[in-house]
Design a protein. Structure first.
Length: 119
């Protein structure tokens, strides 16, 4: 379903320290993920954690069926697309799907996630 919350991403300065904190706090399980981060198995949806983000807040990603069309619509509505590469390489996209960080027309951050194409 388009528009449902699909993924949560937590940005931290030190990814190992962040992993230990959330693992200890919530009992979440982590697996090595793209770009030196981790994927998280959460009770209600998949998630990830990445490092090098000193003042980040969690990003909530909403599912879209077609990323390029959704990005075009964001811009039509006065939003912007952050040009941070959150997609990674082809293998990562094939496994995890496409992700883009955007801002609404008032500057609030949110993300779009297009799930991977089933093989």
């Amino acid at each position: 379903m388009q528009g449902e919350m699909a993924f949560v991403e937590i940005g931290v300065d030190d990814v190992e320290r962040g992993r230990v904190f959330y693992e200890s706090l919530f009992g979440w399980e982590f697996e090595a993920g793209p770009s030196g981060g981790y994927t998280m198995r959460l009770p209600n949806m998949p998630g990830g954690i990445h490092g090098g983000d000193k003042e980040a807040a969690p990003y909530v990603f909403f599912r879209v069926d077609e990323m390029d069309a959704a990005l075009e619509r964001v811009m039509e509505l006065g939003g912007t697309i952050d040009h941070v590469d959150v997609e990674g390489d082809e293998a990562s996209v094939a496994q995890h799907g496409r992700f883009k960080v955007c801002r609404d027309d008032q500057g609030s951050l949110f993300g779009l996630h297009q799930p991977p194409t089933p093989m």
